[in-house]
Design a protein around this ligand. Structure first.
Ligand SMILES: NC(=O)c1ccc[n+]([C@@H]2O[C@H](COP(=O)([O-])OP(=O)(O)OC[C@H]3O[C@@H](n4cnc5c(N)ncnc54)[C@H](O)[C@@H]3O)[C@@H](O)[C@H]2O)c1
Length: 402
């Protein structure tokens, strides 16, 4: 099967290899095996792949107990996965996905080894969340088959997969990978290898605006979280969510986008979050982040000020935590489309499925009126000059009007 000549190549059930049997690799292996592929799960640490399969058995057994899966189906999934420790032991595979730690040289070396031992039709995918696909493909002789398959955690439960193309990725491989993800029951969206891809880029203001609102003394975190949940329809507010993700992890993602965009002021990290990280207040995992995690639930300990929430929500956009955040989310989303990194439909799908937003930001912006969002950003830019609130040309050029 020559994929470069056949963009509609059928998604045959070839073997799939997953390199790295950690959180993501084990989950991706489970998804591929559930879809019927024979899977080879490779980890450099002896026994790590076997341990991952054992953990999978335990999780699947719970689903059998709950009546969500038959014992036969559960057994079939783990039976299809073979542990391995060396790339050189792999049979010919239709797809190899690497999910080793986030280190450019390591990923280059792993995919280079795979490229040298697999036939030219094998798709070489990386699950990187922040590295440039073009850079990962750089030492590989045929970069047209290298692409990103950015799964979300946990892969068996999260439907979204960002299918990311580097500068050298051929359209045929991209289309084939997207079709394969759909065949696995996932919802693929495609984008260029722009810093943060879709989700980790567009979501930045969700955290950054809330942190600025608190830094400016407009509201406390519990009130801001309440506003996002109760008035915005988000499942979690920005502070409780970053406490769950880990303030250090969230800070690192934001700083990486900021660095990769040449320190664009839109993504500048806040002193607020830097302070939390430096103080070791990393969130739930360290027992304390924005909130303290004792016997009582965090939000119950620090109650929201509902009167303040009401006043801020009915005031001007500069002092409205939800209003200014939504304006910024819309701005990020339309700008991504304006630059040709992704389609409007894929951006909205990615934000709904990848981070559970109640609405796609572009649909949200169209409802508000893109011209209204442009005016809100202009007001924010007057109040806080410096480039953070510069409006995307797409808000006013009519290119995204319905
Ligand atoms: N954890 C997440 O929420 C998440 C979400 C999306 C993407 N990612 C990305 O997925 C990748 C993996 O993340 P993770 O959280 O699963 O990491 P992890 O630390 O849980 O797992 C990495 C695994 O790779 C193995 N490994 C290291 N070097 C290896 C080598 N040379 N050959 C084979 N195996 C090797 C390790 O032993 C480990 O088991 C990273 O690129 C990360 O950015 C993570």
């Amino acid at each position: 099967m020559d994929l470069s000549r056949d963009p509609d190549a059928p998604t045959t059930l070839g073997e799939v290899a997953v390199i790295g049997a950690g959180t993501m690799g084990a989950g991706i292996a489970q998804v591929a095996a559930t879809a019927g592929h024979g899977v080879i799960l490779v980890d450099a640490v002896a026994g790590a792949a076997e341990a991952a399969i054992e953990r999978m058995r335990t999780v699947l057994a719970r689903q059998v107990d709950k009546g969500r899966l038959t014992q036969d189906a559960a057994t079939a999934v783990t039976d299809r996965i073979t542990p391995a420790t060396a790339i050189s032991d792999l049979p010919e595979c239709a797809l190899v996905v690497e999910a080793v730690p986030e280190d450019l040289e390591l990923k280059q070396r792993i995919l280079g080894d795979v490229a040298a031992t697999q036939p030219p039709t094998t798709i070489l995918a990386t699950n990187t969340s922040s590295l440039d696909i073009t850079a990962i493909a750089e030492p590989i002789p045929d970069p047209e088959r290298v692409l990103g398959l950015h799964f979300f955690n946990p892969p068996p439960l999260m439907r979204l997969v960002e299918v990311v193309h580097g500068k050298g990725t051929a359209a045929a491989y991209l289309a084939h990978a997207a079709a394969l993800m759909a065949a696995w029951g996932k919802t693929p969206v495609t984008c260029t290898s722009t810093p943060g891809f879709i989700v980790n880029r567009v979501a930045r203001p969700f955290y950054g605006e809330a942190q600025r609102v608190v830094e400016e003394g407009l509201a406390d975190p519990a009130t801001v979280d309440w506003i996002f949940r109760e008035q915005g329809g988000f499942r979690m507010g920005p502070f409780e969510l970053t406490d769950l993700i880990g303030q250090d992890v969230n800070y690192a993602v934001g700083a990486s986008v900021w660095e990769q965009t040449g320190r664009d002021p839109r993504y500048a990290p806040t002193e607020f979050q830097r302070g939390l990280v430096e103080a070791g207040r990393l969130g739930r995992k360290s027992g304390r982040g924005v909130y303290s995690y004792g016997a009582e639930p965090a939000a119950a300990v620090a109650g929201p000020d509902l009167g303040l929430a009401e006043r801020l929500g009915s005031g001007p956009v500069e002092t409205d935590p939800l209003g200014r955040t939504v304006a910024m989310l819309v701005n990020e989303a339309v700008d991504l489309v304006h630059r040709g990194e992704a389609s409007a439909a894929d951006v909205d799908t990615a934000m709904r499925l990848g981070v559970n937003y109640p609405r796609g930001p572009i649909e949200w912006g169209r409802d508000i009126g893109l011209d209204v969002v442009a005016e809100q950003l202009a007001a924010l830019d007057r109040a806080f000059p410096g480039g953070r609130y510069r409006p995307s040309p797409a808000l006013t050029d009519g290119s995204l009007d319905d």
